[in-house]
Ligand binder design. Structure first.
Ligand SMILES: NC(=O)c1ccc[n+]([C@@H]2O[C@H](COP(=O)([O-])OP(=O)(O)OC[C@H]3O[C@@H](n4cnc5c(N)ncnc54)[C@H](O)[C@@H]3O)[C@@H](O)[C@H]2O)c1
Ligand SMILES: [Zn+2]
Ligand SMILES: [Zn+2]
Length: 348
């Protein structure tokens, strides 16, 4: 089968690989019907993910059809349309029982990192009962594509914010994760969403799709002043989904006293909490890798029309063209959010 691998020099290439096989009784094999490229895949190629194993098939965001299952798999069957969780988790260890699946003692981020991922025709999914969720009948593969990764991450950010009815939530970063966080914040009761980004085309996407009520470009406007004018004391909650030194500072600056600052972004540099400066503001900081435990609920919300991530798909390309797609995704040209990768097309 065809698959995309990377090597230590940062090169990606399409190779022929053997079809994956069931190796554990809890495994399933999935025929990938649609996958996507994630910012984390770029981090791997750039050599910034210590656990990533070279020559592994990339990709962890996908949907597909189950083709075979191991003897202990109970929740899914061959023929099922499924959405995959970006994290592998056993569901039984100390952390899994508490819902902290990101720290599963037998799992974590494995697919497309330390074991072969989904940018291929088929993929082996360990702990298939927890890692795969059936897609409701009225939800298409493309509707469900982001449920297990960026939509889960956006929900994680909104959930960390402890949103109360009619709260004003500021979301920094209108990338795929920020845009998902806005939808989820609205769903959890936010009355007003303020979107911040330095990319005007992304701010426009947030506004035109009614994901944000107010948009601010902090490079050309005084974000702090505008937000304090609107809210009097600052935002009731802040979701930081951009990941720069400036946005870390912005996040706590625009928060009102006693707000939650939820950090979903991954930073390339250490960040400093200037505690003397923020003393008395009594902020709550929360951060971490997503505990993607709500896939079933998120798919139900999509089925009910309460969430819709279709607008994130800027382009569809077959697996044949995935290398060009990586370059385009990384270049983030105007309007580019996510690329959906469809199966390999064989010449007739
Ligand atoms: N915690 C997790 O488990 C988890 C999961 C998925 C993604 N992430 C992280 O979430 C972050 C967002 O992911 P994404 O795919 O949406 O990334 P992205 O790069 O597409 O989006 C980031 C956005 O931040 C904006 N930005 C940059 N500098 C800014 C500034 N000074 N002020 C305002 N906006 C600014 C960019 O223009 C961009 O639109 C990344 O750091 C990613 O690694 C974390
Ligand atoms: Zn990802
Ligand atoms: Zn576990």
């Amino acid at each position: 089968m065809k698959a995309l691998i990377w090597n230590k020099s940062g090169k990606i290439e399409i190779v022929d690989k053997k079809f994956p096989e069931i190796t554990e009784p809890t495994d399933a094999i999935v025929k990938v019907t649609m996958s996507s490229i994630c910012t984390s895949d770029l981090h791997i190629i750039h050599g910034c993910v210590p656990n990533a194993v070279p020559n592994t098939v990339l990709g962890h965001e996908f949907v597909g059809e189950v083709t075979s299952i191991g003897s202990e798999v109970k929740n899914i069957s061959p023929g099922d349309r499924v959405s995959a969780n970006c994290e592998t988790f056993c569901g039984e260890c100390f952390f899994c029982k508490l819902g902290y699946i990101n720290n599963c003692t037998k799992g974590g981020w494995k697919l497309g990192c330390s074991i072969d991922g989904c940018q291929a025709e088929y993929v082996r999914v360990p702990f298939a009962d927890t890692g795969l969720t059936k897609i409701p009948d009225n939800v298409s593969y493309s509707n469900a594509l982001f449920a297990g990764d960026i939509l889960s991450s956006g929900y994680f950010g909104a959930e960390m914010c402890e949103i109360k009815q009619n709260d004003t939530i500021a979301v920094i970063g209108c990338g795929p994760v920020g845009l998902c966080a806005m939808q989820c914040a609205r769903l959890l009761g936010a009355g007003k969403i303020i979107a911040l980004d330095i990319d005007d085309s992304r701010l426009r996407i947030a506004k035109e799709n009614n994901l944000a009520d107010i948009t601010i470009n902090p490079q050309v406007e005084d974000a702090e002043k505008i937000i304090f004018n609107i809210t009097k004391y600052g935002a009731d909650g802040v979701i930081e989904a951009a990941g720069t030194d400036e946005t870390f500072t912005l996040a706590w600056t625009i928060a009102r006293p006693n707000a939650v600052v939820a950090i979903v972004a991954m930073y390339e540099n250490n960040q400093i909490l200037p505690l003397p400066q923020m003393y008395g503001k009594n902020l709550i900081f929360k951060t971490g890798g997503v505990d993607a435990i709500h896939c079933k609920k998120l798919l139900e919300y999509i089925s009910q029309g309460k969430l819709n991530t279709d607008l994130l798909i800027s382009k569809e390309v077959p697996l044949n063209n995935i290398i060009e797609a990586y370059h385009e995704f990384e270049a983030k040209k105007e309007g580019m959010l996510k690329i959906a990768v469809t199966p390999w097309v064989y010449e007739k």
